[in-house]
Design a protein around this ligand. Sequence first.
Ligand SMILES: Cc1cc2nc3c(=O)[nH]c(=O)nc-3n(C[C@H](O)[C@H](O)[C@H](O)COP(=O)(O)O)c2cc1C
Ligand code: SF4
Ligand code: SF4
Length: 328
Amino acid sequence: MSDTDIVKFATEGNRDLHILFGSQSGNSEGLAEKWQKEAPRYGLNPTVHDMDGFDIKSMSEMTRVMIICSTWGEGEMPDNAEELYDEAKDAGKILSKTNFSVCSLGDTGYDLFCQSGKDWDKTLQDIGGSRIYDRVDCDVDYEMPAEEWMKGVMPKLACVGDDGAFVPGLEEKMIAYASGMEIDEPEEEMEAIGGTTAYQAMATVPLFFKKPNKWLKRVKGVLAEDDLPTTGIEKAKDMFKELRKITLKSLPQGRDYIALVDNEKCIGCTQCVYYCNFASIDMISWDLNARTSQFESKKALILDDTCVGCTLCAFACPVEAITMESKV
Ligand SMILES: Cc1cc2nc3c(=O)[nH]c(=O)nc-3n(C[C@H](O)[C@H](O)[C@H](O)COP(=O)(O)O)c2cc1C
Ligand code: SF4
Ligand code: SF4
């Protein structure tokens, strides 16, 4: 396929992409929203769907589907995905031209790691969907693996034609098209088309962003050669995961429990506030006149109406000031 053909393929006909998210605390939703901005680079026209209220039958008309879903409770769907998943399980073979891939968010500290994503992956295949790219199961530090998945699945879906069929041999050119890099074509393919060259034709397509090719190549070359040092946070990740597993197993958790701060122990460091995904922790001034710095005179306070008992704050507290208590 020539450069002009790839432009035509990427910009004409049905280019719809559907991104569905199942999310409790916003991580999957955030990724869905972020990634919809990437889609136009591949000539795709994205729509983000909350799984809540989505009609499973409408998926039969969709040719390109990305699923991003977290796992909650003990291997369960997030609240907004439960109903749709139940409907999907009983839907029968309703999909015939739907290409899909699943990104699951989870936490290896739980026994049923990324179970919801695994369930979606299997169920979509059972009801007739075609897995176009392998599922990724992401741990708490999900950003990097999730981003890699997106970069793998988006060009694949962009190579799906109007009829839902994947066009083989197109992917490299699609990636080049999306990155704005020049495509390595023999010189003779650069002939004029209706007064413009193929590359000029590409440049007139509004969704095409051209970047300096040589500069990108040089940066990639330098990065590939360099033995880059591992950062402190990178080194600490494995330890972080192990610690999280231990604390998670040793702490009571879930909606029947709530975090409780011991004021005597709290040093007001605010660490727990940053860990809480539910904005359930406030730093409250206790007017402790004996203390001089404002930092130390504030204590963490758990907001009991929004705390879901996830234990992240207890894990984060450096002085073990937070315990998990039963609500009843
Ligand atoms: C109360 C609670 C229960 C969870 N249960 C599981 C689980 O069973 N399996 C798993 O892999 N992850 C589990 N997780 C981790 C979440 O899936 C993970 O934090 C994910 O990034 C949340 O994404 P979301 O904000 O899109 O819902 C749980 C998290 C919480 C707070
Ligand atoms: S347990 Fe802690 S981190 Fe989790 S929701 Fe409650 S206050 Fe937030
Ligand atoms: S992490 Fe611990 S010490 Fe720091 S503010 Fe929260 S409860 Fe207090």
